[in-house]
Design a protein around this ligand. Structure first.
Ligand code: NAD
Length: 287
């Protein structure tokens, strides 16, 4: 470490709360070292109301870039100087790049989702998706899939405070990409869910169902799946959700959330350094 950190080392940060469990410092510091880059990455526990000060600190300390995690993604989008096209539509960011004092916000969750599908041999172009969920991860991937050429997106959500997010996402996508059809349905309408999945190419769970402590649960009855359906999940803890296990057992192509997590991080690394993250080396090191 004393050989790695010097007076010229550029700093990258993670801002959010909690951050103590994050795998990002290990992943980015491994990658900086592997590629001989004079950078270091540290996590800072920052609450939502402290974000204005934290963003000022990025400017003051000339921090090269930062990741932003919950619950600070939306407020951060209001504090930077510019936003990427997807971040403008979504109104949330998970990456800040400091370009000589100008802070630009990006959102790479959706980019990571699309890349994860690509790595399993699935191109989003022209596809019909059914997406369960209308929270942060769901919105990011719905917008990115629309920007990247999906044909139709059917969003299902339970009757809670997130439902109107889905309506807003539909409006925003139809404004930015009028050729993409977006439908919003209540999750309680099981007949509709079954019918929509029957016509879809890709099914995505972007809710917290399947994640600990809701592991072992799935929002989709096994009988709605078929082997030529691609089934993706945003949940990465556990590595395989009940939905992913059901799909795998049936022979579906699967894209679990861990891959999305890796590729959203790799996309951020690309924005930070202009280089491809050594993902294969990191995966080998992690195991
Ligand atoms: P969020 O709080 O913004 O949204 C939660 C969503 O879950 C909403 O749509 C809500 O209606 C739905 N929901 C909650 N309880 C439900 C229930 N009992 N039945 C049906 N629906 C229910 O959460 P988020 O930040 O979007 O995260 C969702 C999941 O995605 C989490 O597991 C998170 O860890 C994961 N995630 C993964 C990545 C990745 O890179 N793989 C990135 C972001 C989030």
């Amino acid at each position: 470490m004393e050989k790695r950190i010097s007076g010229t080392t550029g700093l990258f940060t993670l801002l959010g709360s909690p951050v103590g469990h994050s795998g990002s410092p290990a992943m980015y510091n491994f990658s900086f070292q592997k590629q001989g880059l004079d950078y270091a990455y540290l996590a800072f526990d920052v609450k939502k109301e402290q974000m204005p000060q934290a963003i000022d600190a990025l400017r003051l300390f000339k921090v090269r870039g930062s990741n932003v995690t919950m619950p600070c993604k939306s407020i951060a989008a209001t504090l930077v100087d510019d936003l990427s096209p997807a971040a403008k539509i979504i109104g949330a960011i998970n990456v800040i790049v400091n370009d000589n004092g100008k802070l630009t916000g990006h959102i790479t969750d959706g980019i990571g989702f699309v890349r994860n599908l690509k790595e399993t041999g699935v191109d989003i172009k022209g596809k019909k998706l059914v997406v369960l969920g209308a929270g942060g991860a769901a919105t990011a991937l719905q917008v990115q899939c629309a920007l990247d050429g999906a044909k139709e997106i059917s969003i299902f959500n339970q009757d809670d405070e997130f439902y109107q997010n889905a309506e807003k996402t539909k409006e925003k996508i139809e404004q930015a990409k009028p050729e993409v059809k977006v439908n919003v349905y209540p999750l309680a309408d099981q007949a509709k869910l079954k019918a929509e999945i029957a016509q879809a190419d890709i099914l995505v769970n972007a809710t917290i169902v399947g994640m600990k402590p809701l592991d072992g649960q799935s929002l989709v009855d096994k009988s709605y799946l078929r082997p030529d359906l691609v089934v993706a999940d945003t949940v990465y803890n556990p590595l395989k959700t009940k939905l992913i296990e059901d799909a795998e057992a049936l022979g579906c192509t699967i894209a679990p959330g861990k891959g999305m997590l890796l590729w959203q991080g790799a996309a951020a690394y690309g924005l930070f350094t202009g280089k491809e993250m050594p993902t294969a080396e990191y995966q080998a090191y992690e195991q």
